[in-house]
Design a protein around this ligand. Structure first.
Ligand SMILES: *Cc1c(COP(=O)(O)O)cnc(C)c1O
Length: 387
């Protein structure tokens, strides 16, 4: 019999989600508005320590799209974007017919390299014009170099759109991710740290920005008894049913972060004695990561030729999902023709890196199966796994 599938990251309900959904049904708020929508926004506001005004939407991608609109991005504007990320960070630049300019990562956080960032800005100013926004990402839940990136952004007066889709629950020097950008973005997709089955949020600094986001997300209807439109609108609002799931999930967010961090510790122990394998971790104590996904880098020169593909395929044989790191955007067919500044850091990470099963609902038996594959591949003795 084939063993059951171990997923990279799967939904993990807390228990009270159905109570919120039932309330929505009982009161007939089955629509993209209602008490759960406002309730979830308040829950997230509170979680971010009331530093922001949150609007919940039907995806993180929608939040990035509206975020760029709020930052005034127009056709032919240049928008800087971290290359090492999921395509959803960059696609909305093209929705707006703007031009993405991709930047490499640095090795401490795997995120936007502040040096390459500044080189790019200087060069873009010389060649064409000042970029209009910087999309910085906290990949795998590890905060980017907050201060260095902010310093460059401020020096050239360019706003930051903070893609915190993978980093709800992470923080830097005690401040929550999602609150560092001029605009922040969260995702509640099914594979994220908490989920609304599909959804996202825009985190803005003022009530005015929030109101504008909600206006755009609900078809930009002007104030009139009939349907009057003076701006192009979108259908991006989160439904009251999905928001109900989100309210249940917010109750368990801190425990989900703790569980993911425990999985990360398990991998640190598992790979400790294996030369050539590094578990990606925060550079110092200022950084607090939710470790949405635990990831490793395998150096085949130090593992007798064992590569991340060797490990991935052996996991696959045992029905365990693992996945290469994000393929950088400047290498993707859809983005190849746009400018790129960097030094192959993201490319090398992509070649040698692997995401490991990291769900907060991973069981002890599943961890033992993962450990068994690792011991088989690297020919090390299996130790008793304590998660
Ligand atoms: C998931 C994700 C998004 C998009 O969020 P959706 O809710 O799936 O639209 C954007 N950026 C990054 C880095 C992500 O991981």
């Amino acid at each position: 019999m084939e063993s059951s599938k171990i997923w990279l990251s799967s939904p993990h309900m807390g228990g009270s989600e159905q109570k919120f959904i039932k309330e929505a049904f009982d009161t007939n708020w089955v629509a993209p508005l209602g008490p759960n929508v406002n309730g979830l926004e308040n829950d997230i506001d509170r979680y971010l320590l009331n530093q922001s005004h949150v609007s919940v939407l039907n995806s993180g991608t929608a939040a990035i799209h509206l975020g760029l609109i709020l930052l005034g991005i127009k056709p032919d504007d240049e928008v800087i974007c971290q290359s090492f990320t999921f395509a959803a960070s960059a696609n909305p630049i093209l929705y707006l017919r703007a031009i993405p300019v991709f930047i490499d990562s640095e090795l401490d956080t795997w995120n936007l390299c502040p040096i390459a960032l500044e080189e790019a800005i200087v060069d873009r100013i010389e060649k064409r014009k000042t970029p209009k926004a910087i999309i910085a990402v906290h990949l795998y839940g590890v905060p980017y170099q907050i201060e260095a990136v902010r310093a460059v952004a401020n020096k050239y007066s360019i706003p930051i759109l903070e893609d915190s889709a993978e980093a709800l629950g992470s923080s830097y020097k005690g401040q929550k991710c999602g609150t560092f950008g001029d605009i922040g973005v969260l995702s509640f997709n099914g594979n994220k740290i908490i989920t609304t089955s599909g959804g996202g949020a825009l985190v803005s600094k003022t009530k005015g920005q929030k109101d504008k986001a909600v206006f755009l997300a609900t078809q930009s209807r002007d104030f009139a008894p009939h349907y009057e439109h003076s701006e192009i609108g979108y259908n991006y609002r989160m439904s009251n049913i999905c928001a109900g799931i989100g309210r249940g999930q917010m109750e368990v967010l801190d425990s989900r972060v703790a569980l993911r961090r425990k999985i990360h510790k398990f991998y640190i122990t598992l790979f400790k004695e294996i030369p050539g394998v590094t578990v990606f971790s925060v550079p110092n104590e200022d950084y607090f990561a939710n470790y949405w996904l635990s990831t490793i880098i395998i150096d085949p020169l130090k593992t007798n030729g064992i590569t991340r593909e060797t490990l991935r395929l052996t996991f696959e044989e045992d029905n365990i999902e693992s996945r290469p790191l994000w393929k950088p955007m400047h290498l993707q067919v859809i983005f190849q023709s746009y400018p790129y500044y960097g030094n192959k850091i993201a490319e090398t990470l992509f070649e040698n890196g692997l995401c490991l099963p990291s769900g907060s609902n991973l069981s002890e038996q599943e961890c033992e199966r993962i450990a068994a594959v690792v011991s088989k591949v690297f020919k090390v003795e299996l130790f008793k796994v304590v998660v």
